[in-house]
Design a protein around this ligand. Structure first.
Ligand code: AMP
Ligand code: MG
Length: 413
């Protein structure tokens, strides 16, 4: 049977990165940069004040102190957005606000807290030195400088940086449109009456959110009944997208037609069982280079398989280099029995103990128990040959909830 590692390898060998596209810089967050970005201008583009105060000639104030303050004549004022036509001549000052261009002749800003004004005059009791509180042109970014290298995942600060150099559009890797087809005669929509035997298509919601979280574009193809020809028709239509995810119908039940229907739709199936728990009935195939993930119907299996297989494949298509979820080593808080010959992923909570992670199971590991995944901070990974993770021993834990919230609480920030 296919092992988890073989499955990941085969999937990653199959997919290739999508072409690039140009998007408005505001749409660039989280996208992989496909060009080197050079500054077309200095930032700041002009010398400006970092303080509210007075633009002065430092030599006028070099000896100023609270016991020997210096009086200067105020020649004018310049606010952010304005330009001073007045030059700072010896013995004079120009009132200046934060962000305003430094007037000619000035070589220091005296902050307003060090001054007193008396009508036309300002008395300064000290300065912070020559050049103080002047942000020079090009101090942050020099014209022509390489500021962002291709391959980078654009961060919030990167977006602002590009805007600051006047870059309105940016070339990034395209995001895949991913079809989701939920299969099952029992499935109903979230607003439908919960009749006997019916189950809400929660996977449709889980998977579309999981796609959105990594920057892919979910395309829901609704619920399709367990009927081979309806399934094949739905899959053919869904294969217009860049990738296809199906949910359910891949195990050995009498109505599990998904593999056959995928084959009918021209998909070359590569495996349909992986030595793992949860997520044993996990299928993978492709039409050309277009990947098709046949995820199990059980909600936990479905999402775990998304994390293990779909996520890295789509990240690769989006040009990412970092394909895998963060992993930490954790100490087991209690004995955990695991299945032989399967790689097992045990939902766990983590807490901090003497600067180390301590992992305890969330309890039931049923592949239908989605709440235990909702409670989980991570997935303990038990290797195929292991059958017991002993209390006090260490194991890798895939972090699910790495958005600092619980880390901050546990670490006491
Ligand atoms: P299957 O993989 O089709 O054999 O389904 C396994 C289990 O998962 C069954 O209990 C199904 O009712 C449940 N299931 C299948 N599809 C979904 C879905 N889209 N949302 C929630 N549960 C599902
Ligand atoms: Mg089914």
């Amino acid at each position: 049977m296919t092992t988890v590692n073989q499955a990941v390898e085969l999937i990653l060998e199959t997919v290739t990165s999508l072409p690039s596209e140009k998007v408005a810089v505001a749409e660039g967050l989280g996208r992989v940069l496909c060009e080197d970005v050079r500054a077309r201008r200095d930032v700041p583009s002009f010398a400006n004040s970092a303080m509210d105060g007075f633009a002065v000639r430092w030599s006028d104030l070099a000896g100023a102190s609270p016991s020997k303050p210096v009086s200067l004549r105020i020649r004018g004022e310049v606010a952010a957005g304005g330009v001073s036509r007045k030059r700072v001549l010896p013995g004079t000052a120009v009132r200046i606000m934060t962000g305003a261009p430094v007037p000619a002749g000035a070589d220091a800003i005296v902050r307003v807290e060090y001054t007193e004004t008396h009508g036309e005059r300002v008395v300064a009791s000290r300065t912070d030195g020559r050049g103080s509180h002047i942000r020079l042109a090009g101090e942050d970014v020099r014209k022509g400088q390489l500021v962002l290298e291709r391959g980078r995942v654009l961060s919030v600060a990167d977006i602002g940086l590009m805007a600051s150099i006047g870059k309105a559009a940016v070339r990034v890797r395209r995001r895949p449109a991913v079809a989701i087809v939920a299969t099952g005669d029992e499935l109903i929509g979230v607003g439908d009456r919960p009749a006997p035997g019916k189950v809400v298509n929660s996977n449709g919601y889980t998977l579309s959110s999981a796609l959105r979280e990594i920057g892919a574009i979910p395309k829901s193809f609704g619920i399709v009944r367990d009927d081979r020809s309806s399934l094949a028709a739905a899959f053919s239509a869904a294969l217009a997208c860049d990738a296809l995810i199906t949910s359910g119908g891949v195990s050995v039940g009498a109505y599990d037609y998904v593999k056959d229907a995928l084959t009918d739709a021209g998909v070359r199936m590569r495996f349909w069982k992986v030595a793992q728990r949860p997520g044993h009935p996990m299928a993978f195939g492709h039409r050309g280079r277009k990947p098709v993930f046949g995820l199990p119907g059980n909600p936990v299996s479905s999402l775990v398989c998304f994390f293990l297989y779909v996520r890295p494949a789509l990240l690769k298509m989006m040009g990412h280099e970092n394909l895998f979820m963060p992993v930490v080593r954790a100490k087991m808080a209690h004995d955990i029995k695991t299945a032989p010959n399967l790689k097992e992923f045990i939902r766990c909570r983590l807490r901090e103990e003497n600067g180390r992670f301590l992992a305890s199971s969330t309890g039931t590991q049923s592949s239908g128990a989605l709440r235990s995944l909702s409670l989980a901070h991570g997935l303990i990974v038990a290797r195929e040959e292991q059958t017991l993770l002993r209390k006090g021993s260490h194991a890798p834990v895939i972090l699910l909830d790495h958005r600092e919230r619980w880390l901050q609480r546990e670490m006491g920030f």
